[in-house]
Each structure stands twice: as C-alpha cells, then as structure tokens.
Write a protein that binds this ligand. Sequence first.
Ligand SMILES: [Zn+2]
Length: 414
Amino acid sequence: MAHETEEAKLSQQYDEITGAMTVPFRGEKRTLQEMWAYLQESNRGTRQEAWELSYNRALADQDKLDCLFESMFQCRKQMATNTGIKNYRDYAWRRLRRFDYTPDQCTTFHLAIESAILPVVCELQKQRLKQLCVDTLRPWDTEVDPNGHAPLRPFIGIPELVARTQRVFDRIDGELASGFQQLQDLRLMDLENRQNKAPGGYQVPLSESRMPFIFLNTVGVHMDVLTLFHEGGHAFHTLASQSQPLVSYRTSIPIEFCEVASMSMELIGSEHLSEFYSPADVRRARRAHFEAILTSFPWLATVDAFQHWIYMHPAHTRAERAEAWLALMNRLGGLVDWTGCERVRANLWHDVGHIFQCPFYFVEYGIACLGALQIWANWKRDPNGALAAYKRALALGGSRPLPVVRDELDELSA
Ligand SMILES: [Zn+2]
C-alpha cells in the first residue's frame, strides 16, 4: 500500500510538471494545449514556430520527467516483487483485471497493425505530401488541413460548445440527451483550458452521487468537439450503470468496453456535425476524423510495445530506453521526417501521460476502437436497434466480463 501511495504522489508530480509548461507566443503566455491549435495553421512557418517553441519548452523538463519516471518504475518493480509476481507487466495484467487476453496477444495485435494499417497510414501521408506541395513531411505538417483550408473553429467559448453538443445528442437519442442536460444542470463539467490546470480530458464517476463528472481542456479546435462526444459517451455509461447494486459493478467496468461506450459516441456524434459546420466543413472534419483513427493504431502499438519493453527489461538504462523507443518509432512511425528534431523524437513518450500515470492502459483504445467501429456500422444500418443495444450493454456496468458484454451487444444488435 505504501508503494501505491508513493506512486499516486509521483503521478501528481507529472501533472504539476506538464501543467506548468507555458511558452511566450505572440506577446502572450500560452499553455502547450493552446499551442497545439497552431499546428493546424495553414502557414507552415507559424506551425514550425509553434511546434519548436512547445517542444523546446518540454525538453527543458526532459531530465525531470526521466527522473520522475525512474522513481515510478522503481516503485512499480517493488510492488511486483512484494506480491511475488516475477515482473511488473504480469502484476499490471492482474491489477488491470485483464483475464480475457494475454501479453502475447498484444504483440500479435501490434504486428497486425504494422501489416494491415501502417501501409494505409503511409499512403495517406504520401497523399498529404503531394497536397501540401512539400518535399518531406515534417512533424508540424501532420495536423494541418492538407488542402490549405484554415483550421476548423467549431465554437467560441464553452456555452456555445455545450449548446451545440446538446443539440447533437438531442438528434441521437432523447434519453442520452437528457443525461447530458443533467450534467449541465448539476454543473458536472469543467471544460476550459487555463494555466496551471492539469492537462488532459476524462470523465470520472462520483461514487457517492453515482453521477459522472467531465474534465477537459478545450481550446476551440475540432478535437475538443470529438473529446466532448467521447467523454459524453463515458458519462452515459456512468448514468446507465447507476442502478447496478455493487460498487464494483458501477466502477470496475472493463476499460476495453468503457472506451467502446465513448468512441461509439465520437463516431455517431460525428454524423451530426452539421450542428457545428457547413456541409463542406463536415466532409473535411469527417475525413480528418477517420484519418486520425487510422493513424492512432500505429501510435498505440508504439506506446504499448514500448511499455512491454520497459517492464520486461527491468535493468535497462536511460540510454537503452531511448534506443528502444526510437526502434519502435522507426518501425511504426510512418514517413515523418524528424531531421534536426532527434531529441524531441527520442523523448516523445514523455507526452503520453498514461505511461507515467496508468501503466499499460493504452491498448484498450485499439481494442475498443474496433468495437466502436462495429457499433457505428450497426448504427448506420439500424440506428434504433444499435442504440438500444448500446444502452443495454452500458447498463450492464461491470457485472459481466468483457466477452459476455461483447456477445450481448452482438446479440442485441443482431
Ligand atoms: Zn475514454
């Protein structure tokens, strides 16, 4: 228990270090989340400037983050040793209650992503190169609209984001929509990005009231809309499983299914983006969304394989860890040209809060994404049937193991 307390304290330090990162840009002090929006600017010079400023700021804390990770790593090794489990990976597997798939199956998943999805991602990157009329794809070229359109600006201010999102959920389903309205009435959302606020976005169930709480860092970009759909999906899960009698049935739901609840809402919500955009912008946003989904698979394989490497090489040095990361970036990183940005590339994993704060929690997104794509496909064929199945599967909470929830969902939507 002492090690878990220490790990939780160290985890807070990650939020403190990354939450305090700001840069001066155009006369104002800005958070790195705010700077992310500039990577969508059509002017390449602006993007490069914003990218370099942000990552140089992050590099200034490189040593701090490496040291922090090493403390966490020692703490985790000790946790495994104390319980007599031979390595932290096996310990994490039990801690995450992964009874339905093995580490070897994760490795198979990485290989499948490498052979089936990575070539498509490389093809999309080649298209992007041509569209942008550039010789090489630099790290600051991946977020911009490839046809030179100005970035999508879906809302100005939180009230507009919330009102439009409410209308999207109204169009999807009356019951889900009233759940989202309840979050507003009870002030259960903190959505704006501000200095010294912890980064990231998540939904958390409040155990006393059994109500969801949504925490985000929105800055006015399209991703914020998708993230609110996503966390909305998690909130619907919390609301749907409210009446499960056992605490663990309400709070210990298989994460692989939790992310199906949220990612399905991203996909179904995106069918109603006309609440935010013109028809032409809806097409752009949809294409970018599917591109992002494809691109996310090689990234998640990289992050997941890296964590397997770290915890299966418990005596590794800092240099060996960087080498292992770079080997994975070479294998799964696509066509991005990192010349001159090697230090950033070697430390890119510092951006992934999960590696610090919830070890091994990442592959779930890939497993869940496949499930969400299936629900979305069902919804395209039969919206009412698919949503009824979705809601009934959500209501099961953690009362059934993952394969049973999946089978029920299949049956219900058949
Ligand atoms: Zn999520």
